[in-house]
Design a protein around this ligand. Structure first.
Ligand SMILES: NC(=O)c1ccc[n+]([C@@H]2O[C@H](COP(=O)([O-])OP(=O)(O)OC[C@H]3O[C@@H](n4cnc5c(N)ncnc54)[C@H](O)[C@@H]3O)[C@@H](O)[C@H]2O)c1
Length: 294
């Protein structure tokens, strides 16, 4: 897809971060936007911002992507009034991490429901119409560095992001005969709302050391606007794997070419996270002991 002008474009997660920046960038490029997010107020604000800047938001509706009926009904309303999409972007997502001994069943479930089943609901509700319309198009699925690597405490999150990578890997070949391209976006650190909303099972994310970790992450992270730029150029270049930063591109190269380096780095990261966890447990135990002594 060389130009986004008048391209009917569906975006999830449009209320914040990468989804918001991508929707705004596409609005500027003349795409006709159909937006969604679970956060109604922020979604409305983004739609207003795009319209104010001269962009076209034809419809926006707040919904939970993990709710199949809600996605299906929105798709039905869009198709009835405006026909099939040219471009579909699955960007909405959540982050829940944690050591396996701390993760609760509902947390595993929620991550898979939102990050994997959400995009599946969107794909099953929008892609058949694109195939039948015969105009070609593009599907973008936002995975993660955690969809490539075995990062510490990311089992549930990686389950959802590797799952999305599997879906994309098959569809990139299945959809080729319909001239529909597929991109799998693997961001590294992006400074978005996710940095504040990430849940880590068994860890108090408001603890001082977490504030420090968050600041370290933000210092290294790129802006959502830069991620959006990488996504738009990935679509233009019809690229399958889209990286938003060099660290992840290099990591992927080393993983493939020098698996031993990958193994060492993952073990090292795991060791560091384990130490962090142990330190937090010690701090918590000391605080409890001090409380008990009073
Ligand atoms: N920020 C990063 O460092 C980073 C790194 C790798 C991958 N990602 C991925 O990028 C995508 C965008 O995340 P972001 O960093 O912009 O975070 P964000 O929190 O700023 O944006 C995510 C958006 O998704 C929406 N959302 C959450 N649950 C939803 C649901 N059930 N239904 C509909 N909308 C829902 C949120 O309301 C929010 O507007 C996610 O899929 C995330 O996993 C982010």
């Amino acid at each position: 897809m060389k130009s986004f002008k008048n391209k009917k474009t569906f975006v999830t997660g449009a209320a914040s971060g990468i989804g918001r920046a991508t929707a705004i960038a596409l609005g500027r490029e003349g795409a006709e936007l159909f937006l969604t997010d679970i956060n109604a107020a922020s979604l409305e604000a983004v739609a207003g911002e795009i319209r104010k800047g001269g962009g076209t938001v034809t419809m926006s509706r707040a919904l939970d992507v993990s709710d199949y009926e809600a996605v299906r009904d929105y798709a039905r309303d869009i198709h009835a009034a405006h026909g099939s999409m040219d471009l579909v972007l699955n960007i909405a997502g959540i982050a829940i991490w944690g050591a396996v001994e701390n993760m609760e069943h509902r947390q595993w479930r929620q991550v898979i429901d939102v990050n994997l089943m959400g995009p599946v609901h969107v794909i099953e509700s929008f892609l058949p119409q694109m195939v039948h319309a015969g105009r070609g198009g593009h599907l973008v699925n936002v995975s993660s560095a955690a969809g490539l690597f075995g990062l510490p405490w990311h089992a549930a999150y990686s389950g959802s992001k590797f799952g999305l990578r599997g879906v994309s890997e098959v569809l990139r070949f299945d959809l080729r005969r319909h001239n529909i391209d597929v991109s799998l976006v693997c961001p590294g650190g992006v400074d978005t709302g996710l940095v504040q909303t990430v849940q880590i099972a068994g860890v108090d994310t408001s603890a001082p050391f977490m504030t420090k970790l968050r600041a370290m992450f933000q210092a290294h992270a790129i802006s959502p606007e830069k991620a959006a730029k990488a996504i738009l150029s990935g679509i233009r270049a019809r690229r399958y794997l889209v990286f938003t930063s060099m660290d992840i591109r290099l990591g992927y190269f080393f993983q493939g070419k020098f698996p031993i380096t990958y193994d060492i780095v993952m073990r090292l990261m795991n060791h560091v996270m384990h130490k962090v966890m142990q330190r937090q447990e010690r701090v918590r135990a000391d605080a409890a002991a001090r409380g008990g002594a009073r």
